[in-house]
Design a binder for this molecule. Structure first.
Ligand SMILES: [Zn+2]
Length: 173
């Protein structure tokens, strides 16, 4: 994952490169690039691709960058998790695991236990509610040193900020 492409909140269309104007509708998407690395792109209305490998879309109105960062949208995070769980891009396990931990903290999932399969560890989770079927999420070892990088990747991809200690607390509780 060291070839991860970091992109700041963009001020122009990823395709035609026209600068966005205040209030303009922007479609953002998380897509896999030619090397299957997830990237976020922001498109003006004329450039929204009709047929891509995008795993997740959302629409916003563009506003001039302010001091305050937008909060990360956890429902957007949940959608990304579900898509990646189904069809994980290569090397995504640490990020997927961290997303799972964040979603557990927000009570989107309950953690049942940790299971070992073929030498790998997995979290067994289920949604709240007695009828829900448990499922497995890869649980690779996350080091403290990995966390800041994973956090940046997540914030860049979903264009939203996590709280100060949210990542550290999710990964250590
Ligand atoms: Zn455009």
């Amino acid at each position: 994952m060291n070839q991860w492409k970091i992109r700041r909140v963009q001020e122009r269309c990823s395709s035609c490169e026209k600068p966005f104007e205040d209030g303009q509708r922007v479609t953002s998407s998380v897509e896999l690039d030619d090397e299957d690395v997830p990237v976020r792109n922001d498109y003006c209305a004329s450039c929204v691709p009709q047929d891509t490998d995008s795993v997740l879309y959302w629409e916003t109105r563009w506003v001039a960058v302010t001091e305050r960062k937008k909060k990360l949208d956890f429902h957007r995070l949940l959608r990304l998790f579900e898509v990646w769980l189904e069809k994980p891009p290569e090397g995504i396990e640490p990020l997927l695991y961290l997303i799972a931990l964040l979603l557990i903290r927000k009570r989107f999932f309950r953690m049942l236990d940790l299971v070992s399969e073929g030498g790998d560890e997995y979290l067994r989770l289920r949604r709240p509610g007695p009828e829900q079927v448990p499922f497995l999420v890869p649980a690779p070892l996350l080091t403290k040193e990995q966390l800041p990088q994973l956090r940046v990747q997540l914030e860049e991809l979903l264009d939203g900020a996590l709280e100060e200690d949210e990542v550290e607390e999710a990964a250590t509780s």
